[in-house]
Write a protein that binds this ligand. Structure first.
Ligand SMILES: Cc1cc2nc3c(=O)[nH]c(=O)nc-3n(C[C@H](O)[C@H](O)[C@H](O)COP(=O)(O)OP(=O)(O)OC[C@H]3O[C@@H](n4cnc5c(N)ncnc54)[C@H](O)[C@@H]3O)c2cc1C
Length: 304
């Protein structure tokens, strides 16, 4: 690996051995060999190109709220997406760079009296991460409002795509297969009643404050909820399955099943990635043993 070349391509802005725990909502993760903060879509492209030229693996890091970094860290280049600009456009849409914070976009939409994004109040992370995992809550998800996106493709092209391109499914988009990078998006919203929207947003945030870990590291739901293919609205929460499978109270090291929600693992202080992985495997096994169900993981494990 030619470190000088990497640094030259990125104007000497590459940092070494940056501890990833501080960039993950779990608060877990060892050092990244190389770390670069991208403030513009052009910088994302340059960083991706530089990693490829140097034959170095790379990872696009949004808010770090759906991932588990390894205790050994990451042996390639972490590209931290800080392209956070967004704007309300005429006609009721929002244009946003990939690193825009979803919860801030919720506030801006509310302020402009635009409906469609209120369900996402309190969801952590960036719009790029939300598109990657088709983030959602309360029966809605980002696929319902995504109109267009600009991607940097695996073969080095910049392309504008529409909603169908992503082949959205429950907590999934085509990005996990394609390896394309989202540079920006356009979300189509509609006029709404400001007061009603504010009530929904406040209620969603209150719900999260009451039901989700506050002050403890986590990455939200560990497993995807279960839904029947032929009846997508027939949802069985993974938390219910896990509770009935007896995971409440399980703990490995400092990783514990969250007392208020059996589908969340929390970092009680000094949890390691191995603690979390061992605990998650135990939860998976409990569901399989009790119900014969193979739960699918929602949290992404990032290999070192
Ligand atoms: C307390 C808590 C509650 C949560 N509740 C919910 C919930 O209700 N619903 C829900 O869906 N999720 C929830 N999550 C999970 C998480 O917040 C979402 O999945 C979020 O959308 C992830 O965004 P991020 O920016 O943090 O992505 P990251 O965790 O940084 O990355 C996730 C994936 O997206 C990829 N990615 C990020 N940016 C880009 C880009 N620009 N282009 C291509 N790929 C990209 C990354 O490479 C990675 O593979 C919760 C998490 C926590 C901690």
């Amino acid at each position: 690996m030619n470190e000088n070349l990497l640094n030259a391509r990125l104007d000497g802005q590459v940092r070494r051995d940056v501890v990833l725990a501080q960039y993950s909502s779990f608060g877990i993760g060892g050092p990244a060999r190389y770390f670069f903060v991208a403030h513009t879509p052009t910088e994302i492209i340059r960083a991706v190109d530089a990693a490829r030229e140097c034959d170095l693996k790379f990872f696009i890091l949004g808010g770090g709220s759906n991932i588990l970094f390894d205790d050994e860290g990451y042996s390639g280049l972490i590209i931290k997406d800080e392209c956070s600009r967004f704007a309300i456009c005429s006609g009721g849409s929002i244009s946003a760079q990939s690193g825009a914070v979803v919860d801030k976009m919720v506030d801006a939409a509310l302020e402009a009296g635009l409906a469609g994004l209120e369900y996402a109040a309190g969801i952590r992370g960036t719009i790029g991460g939300a598109v990657y995992g088709n983030a959602g809550a309360f029966g809605h998800a980002i696929n319902e409002i995504l109109e267009k996106a600009v991607l940097y493709t695996r073969d080095g092209g910049i392309t504008i795509v529409d909603n169908e391109h992503f082949r959205f499914a429950y907590r999934k988009s085509s990005l996990s297969d394609s390896g394309d990078v989202v540079l920006s998006v356009k979300l189509a919203l509609r006029p709404g009643d400001k007061q009603k929207l504010a009530e929904i947003v406040n209620e969603r945030r209150r719900f999260r404050m009451e039901r989700h870990p506050v002050g403890l590291g986590s990455a939200g739901s560990v497993f995807k909820n279960l839904r029947k293919l032929e009846e997508p609205n027939n949802v069985t929460p993974a938390g219910k399955i896990l509770e009935e499978a007896g995971v409440r109270g399980m703990r490995v090291g400092d990783a514990a099943v969250f007392e208020k929600h059996c589908n969340i693992v929390v970092n009680m202080g000094k949890a390691t990635s191995n603690d979390v992985k061992t605990l998650v495997a135990m939860m998976e096994k409990a569901a399989r043993h009790k119900f014969g169900i193979d739960l699918k993981r929602e949290i992404l494990y990032i290999d070192p």
